[in-house]
Design a protein around this ligand. Structure first.
Ligand code: BGC
Length: 496
């Protein structure tokens, strides 16, 4: 492990131009580093202190995560975490056969898939895929508008297939796995009520309604002959998709626009699971860990991001570690530095006041800049905010990005350890004492190398070198689409 893990929260670590962590030569702590000799370091020093995630902080977060999980399994509302029953109690066996559709609404990205399953030998024989973007205005429109758009994209996909969809035996409908990446209180594997929107969505009239009924009505309006046989969260679909190829997958985590995690729980460890226990003795639990808030090292900037959001007071973990918010936190810090410490000179770049102007992909691109004069950082700052910057200012910007991203990655790592810890406490050695795979997906995880490394650093620090070697944190790209189709197959009305 790099020394970054040990010093990651400390003031002396810095992301090098090559994207690796290197130790910075000790500089006078209050050195003037802003333009025209203006000292910006007090804000930076304060920021580093407030965002530090040394081992005790990581441990506190992991312990709190495990405790909240336990509380949420007892009864709804007993803790921060919803701990949603997925009603997925058997994972795809590998024997599934036939063609299944999947709709994957992850946020603004939206995918339609058709997956041809060939059973144990054939596995996934063929996948057809169509991407779409949810138009911005639909994020704030009505339920019918959103679901009509989704169903119309599905209809467009089906019509492109031409005659190939015509071979459906009479009386049967095509079956669909619906990945809906928002908190839903499931009432069965194929129905569930939206608890609330997240990730900036604010569609009217959906909360409290069964999203499968919303989709079915919209599909009928499009004349589509389909039924939803599995409604799943993206984490659950990712776990199913990854488990299909590797039975050691026990946990799935999404780190993208939003964030969440799910895991395989023992049915007898779920007091709120009433009635018949699943035959498998297990069920996937969707933690909705974005709602977690215990023991996080937060700053005034996080509080401002939260109060300006469409869901103030909610999804605090998500607002600290996920892709939708990291750029915005950094923008607010830079704005304060520009106003109070003349970072970027005498005037504040106008566009720096525009919320969400600096996206997390910009942070990532700036942290990959390995030129001596940070050319890409300068260009990104100029293009997005209009700021003209000196090399020293650009160095400050990169350090701000690293401080926020390091905190986020390390807290995500602590969250993962919290889940493993909860599972381990109940199973004694069956999780940490053997190979256990955590399937990861989401654009933030996929595209941000520093973020990935900070997660791994935190996991290694918390579990120790030897135990952490059992824990495989593995990227499972786009597994949720196939996972949803597999779950549609595993829960098919026509087989078994
Ligand atoms: C949602 C989760 C989802 C996660 C990742 C969060 O905002 O509440 O249901 O799994 O984003 O997409």
């Amino acid at each position: 492990m790099s020394s970054a893990g040990v010093t990651a929260g400390g003031p002396l670590s810095l992301v090098s131009r090559r994207g690796t962590i290197r130790r910075r030569r000790a500089a006078p702590p209050m050195a003037a580093i802003g333009a025209g000799g203006v000292a910006t370091s007090p804000i930076l020093t304060h920021l580093r202190e407030r965002c530090a995630t040394p081992l005790p902080v990581l441990r506190r977060v992991a312990d709190a995560m495990a405790a909240e999980m336990r509380a949420g399994l007892v009864s709804d509302g007993a803790g921060d975490l919803p701990m949603i029953l997925s009603y997925v109690d058997s994972l795809p066996s590998g024997d599934e056969k036939g063609a299944f559709y999947a709709l994957d609404l992850g946020g603004t990205n939206f995918r339609v898939l058709k997956v041809q399953l060939g059973g144990r030998d054939g596995r996934v024989v063929e996948t057809e895929l169509q991407y779409a973007q949810i138009p911005q205005e639909l994020m704030f429109g009505t339920t019918e508008e959103l679901f009509d758009f989704i169903a119309s994209e599905l209809a467009r996909f089906v019509s492109k297939e031409g005659g190939r969809s015509l071979h459906l035996p009479q009386g049967k409908k095509w079956e669909l796995g619906f990945t809906f990446s928002f908190p839903v209180k499931q009432t069965s594997v194929d129905s569930g009520i939206l608890i609330k929107w997240t990730k900036g969505f604010s569609v009217s009239g959906t909360a409290g309604r069964d999203v499968v009924a919303c989709l079915n009505e919209a599909m009928e309006r499009q004349g589509l002959d389909m039924r939803v046989s599995a409604l799943v969260n993206d984490t659950v679909a990712t776990l199913a998709g990854a488990h299909y190829y590797d039975e050691d997958v026990m946990v799935a985590v999404i780190l993208g626009t939003g964030t969440n995690a799910c895991y395989i729980e023992r049915a007898d460890a779920i007091p709120k699971l009433q009635g018949l226990k699943p035959r498998s003795g297990k069920m996937i639990i969707n933690t909705e860990w974005g709602a977690f808030s215990g023991g996080l090292p937060l700053t005034e900037f996080d509080k401002d991001v939260d109060s300006a959001s469409v869901n103030p007071g909610e999804q605090i973990f998500e607002k600290t570690i996920s892709g939708m918010y990291l750029g915005e936190i950094v923008r607010r810090i830079l704005l304060k530095m520009a106003k109070d410490n003349a970072l970027f000179g005498d005037s504040v770049p106008q566009k720096l006041s525009t919320p969400f102007i600096l996206g997390t992909p910009c942070l990532c691109a700036m942290q990959q800049d390995d030129t001596d004069d940070l050319t890409a950082v300068g260009a990104i700052l100029s293009d997005t905010t209009g700021a003209q910057s000196s090399l020293k200012e650009r160095e400050v910007v990169v350090e701000v990005c690293d401080t926020i991203v390091r905190r986020a990655g390390r807290l995500a790592g602590a969250g993962i350890v919290g889940i493993l810890q909860k599972m381990e406490e109940d199973s004694h050695g069956l999780v940490l004492g053997r190979r256990t795979v955590v399937a990861m997906d989401g654009g933030l995880y996929e595209h941000y190398p520093q973020y990935r490394r900070y997660i791994q650093d935190a996991v290694t620090e918390l579990l120790g070198q030897k135990t952490s070697e059992n824990i495989v944190i593995d990227h499972n790209k786009d597994g949720s689409g196939i996972g949803a189709a597999l779950l549609a197959a595993a829960n098919s009305k026509y087989v078994g």
